[in-house]
Design a protein around this ligand. Sequence first.
Ligand code: FAD
Ligand code: NAD
Length: 467
Amino acid sequence: MSEAYDVVIIGGGPGGYNCAIRAGQLGLKTACIEMRETLGGTCLNVGCIPSKALLHASELYEEARTNFADMGIETGELKLNLEKMMGQKDDAVKGLTQGVEFLLKKNKVDHIRGKGRIAGKGKVVVTDADGKETELSAKNIVIATGSEVTPLPGVEIDGERVVTSDQAIALKEVPEKLVLIGAGVIGLELGSVWRRLGSEVTVVEFMDRVMPGMDGEVSKQAKRLFEKQGLSFKLGRKVTSVDTSGKTLKVSTEAAKGGDEEILDADVVLVCIGRRPYTEGLGLETVGIEPDKRGVIANDHWKTSAEGVWVIGDVTSGAMLAHKAEDEGTACAERIAGKAGHVNYDAIPNVVYTYPEIASVGATEEQLKEQGRDYKLGKFPFMANSRGRTNHQTDGFVKILADAKTDEILGAHIIGPSAGELIAEVALAMEFKAASEDIARTCHAHPTLSEAVRQAAMGVEGWTMQM
Ligand code: FAD
Ligand code: NAD
């Protein structure tokens, strides 16, 4: 006899576990199947959390090396203990994955270890580590299987010298020369970590700018600041192969259009050209679901084309972000329970946790131009923000875009200290369809970095005061 559930979720990442918790809260009999040892998915195990733990620790290391003396803090010889740094990262991961385990239990969700496979309408088969199969019956199946690294043809991942982010968050030694393929978010974040710890980092990017989807002005400023820190960019170029036969890796690159070959030396190569949906062995054919060319399973309010089968997170359309997956998980559980689950895709923030941080929400200036939308713009530099100056954190700016007629905020782009925290204010404002004047007339504490957001909002109507 198969165990009967209202909801069976395949995948225990931010999409899956949040969906499971919400379903449990709403009184649905729920199971969450995860094939990893621990819950939390890519995000907690090998993504957001370990990378942020390393970004934080390496930023402190760099601060101590470069800025402490100027602030009157004298230390002895500064030394890196990489093993310990990796240990504190692993502790953060362990604590948080155990926290998710606890939350599932608390909300009466069954955590089932093993690989899940859809076996027809309302049926899921789980194969555990010993190969034992268990059948579950489910009124609703939620696909939350996430994503995997996009491979690069001609470059074979060996997990030691040619790696993905899975291994780049756990290198045992600081590579002397690190070559990253792709100047996207992983390239900038993990490139920053290893540069701060002592690597010579070169980033090869196919497009002619870093973080190609980002607001153009922010992308330009980011490139300038990262170059000042010592990252080296080869833009408009692609990697064609990596020769691993010698002690030093030989990375062949050429212009994106072809020709102009250059070979780079490397001790480690990190492939970070994006991620793709993961649906291997999922049995989609048994319910007639066909992913598109990129492997994406389409959805309409998280419903797939198959009755009783839902999809959320990286495996479906939209940004591959943990908080987007979480929100979809919650909304999907609410829909299953007959409620009005909702996600506002226009107000999902995007943060790159480099120094300075880069954060955005809503449309870029380029997108507004493309749409032919009439907009106004306010901008404020951290150089003129009193807290930024006090903390010697003056690089970057806040830019706010608003509708020319209604003043509704259409987008915000921040490069600067704590940008990832500052963007929340604008995301909330957009959620309430606020005008830029609403932020401009809201009292902000002094001296705070958030005053830069207010001043940028004042700038939309041309009454910035602190310049
Ligand atoms: P996942 O987290 O990938 O979870 C899916 C889970 O399903 C996995 O644990 C997998 O083992 C399991 N699974 C798959 N198939 C099956 C099956 N058949 N049976 C059982 N289990 C299965 N996003 C941010 O918002 N902020 C960040 O700072 C950030 N940093 C990142 C850093 C790195 C290095 C990486 C790689 C990603 C980062 N991301 C970040 C992206 C974020 O991790 C993903 O967007 C997020 O994890 C997606 O959640 P998900 O639940 O859709 O999928
Ligand atoms: P990405 O999409 O951010 O960047 C990939 C980059 O590689 C792009 O700039 C692209 O133009 C470039 N590229 C593609 N093919 C190339 C080639 N052949 N040669 C050279 N460059 C090439 O992808 P990523 O950095 O691998 O990150 C994967 C996903 O993980 C992202 O979509 C992101 O959503 C998520 N992530 C988020 C965070 C965060 O929110 N802070 C951090 C890490 C990862």
